[in-house]
Design a protein around this ligand. Structure first.
Ligand SMILES: [Zn+2]
Length: 166
């Protein structure tokens, strides 16, 4: 369960408290999003969910992503700014949503919690640092602009800053 996370200025092991501090029984079904925990993995799988509910005893417990959403505990923040954003808002937000979809297919715990607008800027809150990293990367790849990452020293939190002037 430990994940080594590489950061600038040295390697460090930083845990996701929502993954390391709670034990889930196998199988568990999340009552909110219906993700299934089985064989040490969370996944969206209708067939598996059906089989588990039909055939065996299972536990109902909120998955780490739904708990983070409930607690408003983002582990990634993506800050969007610049004139280009205002002119291409829809395309940019669609790109972000489809990147979330792609990430969720691999790992159902990677989700956008909230997209907040503050004046001319947007802040995307994500349940994992990895998803914030992916979103920064896809924006830079699709629309160029400037991309910067800031890692937190004492918690597994990633801030990504993407900006394009025109
Ligand atoms: Zn859930």
């Amino acid at each position: 369960m430990d994940k080594i996370y590489k950061r600038r200025g040295g390697d460090s092991v930083l845990d996701d408290p929502y993954l390391s501090k709670i034990d889930y029984k196998d199988p568990t079904v999340c009552p909110d999003c219906e993700a299934v925990y089985h064989n040490k993995h969370w996944r969206f799988d209708d067939q598996l969910k059906h089989d588990i509910k039909f055939a065996s005893k299972y536990e109902e417990k909120k998955c780490p992503a739904c708990r983070k959403i409930e607690d408003n505990y983002p582990m990634g923040l993506v800050f969007l700014s610049g004139n280009f954003l205002l002119q291409h808002k829809k395309t940019i937000l669609n790109t972000i949503r489809s990147e979330e979809k792609r990430a969720m297919q691999k790992n159902p715990l990677e989700r956008i919690m909230e997209i907040e607008q503050k004046d001319d800027e947007y802040v995307i809150k994500t349940t994992t640092d990895a998803l914030a990293h992916r979103i920064g990367k896809i924006l830079h790849k699709s629309f160029k602009g400037e991309l910067d990452y800031k890692f937190s020293d004492d918690q597994k939190l990633l801030r990504a800053f993407w900006s394009r002037k025109e």
